[in-house]
Design a protein around this ligand. Sequence first.
Ligand SMILES: Cc1ncc(COP(=O)(O)O)c(C=O)c1O
Length: 481
Amino acid sequence: MYEKVIYEISSKGKKGYMLPPQDVPQYEVPEKYLRKTDNHLPEVSEREVMSHFVNISSKNYHIDKGFYPLGSCTMKYNPKINEAMARLDGLANIHPYQDEKMVQGALRLMYELQGSLGEITGMDAFTLQPAAGAHGEKTGLMLMHQYHRGRNDLKRDKIIVPDSSHGTNPASAAMTGFKIIEVPSNERGGVDIEALKNVVGDDTAGLMLTNPSTLGLFEENITEIAGIIHGAGGLLYYDGANMNAIMGYARPGDMGFDIIHLNLHKTFTTPHGGGGPGAGPVGVKEFLKEFLPVPMIDKKDETYTLRYDMENSIGKVKSFYGNFGMLIRAYTYILTMGSDGLKHVSEMAVLNANYLKENLKEYYQLPYDILCKHEFVLSGKSMKKKYGVSTMDIAKRLIDYGYHPPSVYFPLIVEEAIMIEPTETESKETLDEFIKVMITIAKEAAENPDLLHEAPHHSPVRRLDDSGAARNPILKWQDIE
Ligand SMILES: Cc1ncc(COP(=O)(O)O)c(C=O)c1O
């Protein structure tokens, strides 16, 4: 197996490039700007560069390679037609400063995408600018703040967040300047209504609901919650990152929500991981439309325009119009699936998750034995107590069997949590194989716990010393002695 880093194959004087003859006047860089020390770049041939990167890329686990049951993060297959469309010259090579008349197709794409997202979620208007889910949350909370400020209702400085919400929710609220009030979950994993009633007041700016929650459960008392928050003058925010659980069946707009964000890089199959780029469009009800970021895309007599004259707008939240490449991919996905296809996605995501849950609950603890949506949460608590095998050990052992581990230790309200999301694109054969492996690992935990403690055994890198790496970070090859 290829085990070298690029510095080890470097040798002095090798070159992997050839520059064309200079056709502009020579310019002498002033002495003060010239570096004085060697930059330590590897010196390799084109052949060596190619082998090096192909070798390390084939060691990497990725969504196209195999099953990736990462709960919450929804690592699902990205159809290749999305990629083909995003690479079309007429879309990939336009410049954001081009005249509106020259980019009518791109504006139409964004306008129609906004319309489709509105139809799917039951919201009246969308901005496509936010670059990620958490960025969408921040944008939504800025809209909330602007709304209350516009009514001179300045004492509303508290955001209510259930303890089963995604961690980005309270973080976004805090970053926007709100105080956070956490409400506990009830025994069915939903919001504790009595606790909610106790904290709602005339200082409530709004409530953020992750639905389905991080337990993978649909909130059973949504209409009651909406009544309580609206009754107190607050707004309702829907974290719709996981819309793939309910598309075609339920719409946040119909449940009483005022603001929602979506994660195109989850539900709408645009790629993510490794830092993005993502896209977290935000949808609002009509009464909040005036606050949306500029520019808005308008259509008049078959002509699309960028509208900036919105005096109550919160302003821009991202350069230009958002991550346009992601918008092309999501638009393609929605058109190729159609409304029936999107509904089927939710059905399959929910069916697959429940199939895994039912088959694994005999071997791992299931804290909430309730019909789940697109994901579910197991607990390794009793296994830890009985055999000293932690959830981390189980996750590491899965690597030996060729799987990307699920999300672990999240959500925080479940001890030794293992959060599994199979997504809709996996076949029954893939799920059965995964079940078999998870059962094998449960047996190994009882019979040979050290096998798990020392896992992974067959990966290019053995178990990492996480705390050593945090305390003594070695960030460069040159720092290794
Ligand atoms: C429910 C939920 N909300 C918000 C987010 C944040 O989205 P992003 O990672 O794009 O900021 C995620 C991401 O995993 C999520 O699962």
